[in-house]
Design a protein around this ligand. Structure first.
Ligand code: SIN
Length: 323
């Protein structure tokens, strides 16, 4: 008997259509619906019985933390259904790393959750979506995927949900930090090593809303007023994309220390394309947290989750990376 796979579609380029299939740079994301995405990949029907649902159909730049919460609640409900062997989420690539991080920090149980997308719209010549979707479904159904939590499958690779960044254009836009890929997705999925998924820190079903958290890019001479402005507009935390490995300019120290002592959570991140921000003595002095291996977009997700869950540090597995 075939296993049952749940597929939740959210939009993105994988569901995009170009005006001219030979010139796919001009296209609209989030047009093709979930049923048509699946129908375009006939071998999927041989792999599993598919339960397809459409959460939304948008460019991922239009997703918000409210969408993450709705998606995480839906995933949580599906993971408690013993009939579901795996879950695939189709998503735009531009903010996929944020949704993947959020789902990873909410995920419970052994059911694999796999996010995928595409860099070329559905009707482009050589569209990459069908192969990515097929690979994602195979990974979600693989026995060896059970207990590995949330993963991203793209361009033949199995990547961790955290740390992950969209770092470039091209058919493999993601970079997975020092740990690299978890395995190969093309053909029979193969994992390179055991993987410890981040333990769940937020119960999405019990969380009514997520706090506002800002990301502030700190260039030479950027005044700390930017932080005061963000807090005045309701931010309960901020990730600073700082120079180098998270160096706080002297001009920012007082404002940061004041904010932290007022209960605002501030994460020291790095604006480098590839960096690691370790904890320093300065974190104790100012009250900041270090982003570790997380780039600012994922550090913001971790901070949102930490505030929503009432944690006194970034989620444990991530804090360990910051040491
Ligand atoms: C999007 O993120 O929705 C558009 C870009 C993409 O999917 O590659």
């Amino acid at each position: 008997m075939k296993p049952t796979l749940a597929l939740i579609a959210t939009g993105g380029t994988i569901a995009g259509l170009a005006e001219d299939s030979a010139a796919p740079a001009n296209y609209t994301a989030g047009v093709v619906d979930a049923g048509a995405l699946v129908a375009a990949v006939p071998p999927l029907r041989e792999l599993a019985n598919l339960r397809v649902e459409q959460l939304c159909n948008v460019d991922s730049s239009d997703l918000t933390p409210a969408h993450w919460l709705a998606l995480a609640r839906r995933v949580q409900a599906l993971t408690t259904d013993p009939a579901i062997a795996g879950i695939v989420v189709t998503h735009g690539t531009d903010t996929l790393e944020e949704t993947a991080a959020f789902l990873a920090l909410c995920h419970r149980g052994d059911t694999p959750v796999v996010l995928t997308g595409a860099m070329r719209p559905a009707n482009a010549l050589s569209a990459d979506g069908p192969a990515n979707l097929h690979d994602a479904c195979r990974v979600a159904l693989a026995e060896d995927s059970r207990g590995r939590g949330v993963m991203v499958v793209f361009a033949g690779e199995i990547l961790p949900a955290l740390p992950l960044s969209k770092a470039r254009l091209g058919l493999q836009p993601y970079v997975a930090g020092a740990g690299g890929a978890l395995g190969m997705a093309a053909g029979r999925p193969r994992f390179f090593h055991p993987h410890q998924p981040s333990p769940a820190v937020l119960d999405a079903a019990a969380c009514p809303a997520l706090p506002e958290v800002a990301i502030l890019y700190v260039a030479a001479g950027t005044p700390p007023q930017a932080l005061r402005d963000a807090l005045r507009h309701g931010a309960r935390g901020a990730v600073l994309a700082l120079p180098g490995s998270g160096t706080v300019p002297r001009a920012w120290e007082e404002t940061i220390a004041e904010a932290c002592s007022a209960g605002i959570r501030i994460v020291r991140g790095s604006r480098l394309a590839s960096s690691f921000v370790p904890s320093r003595r300065q974190d104790l002095e100012l009250g900041t947290w270090a982003a570790g291996a997380l780039a600012p977009a994922q550090a913001r997700v971790a901070l949102i989750v930490a505030i929503a869950a009432g944690l006194e540090q970034l989620p444990a597995a991530l804090a360990a990376q910051a040491r």
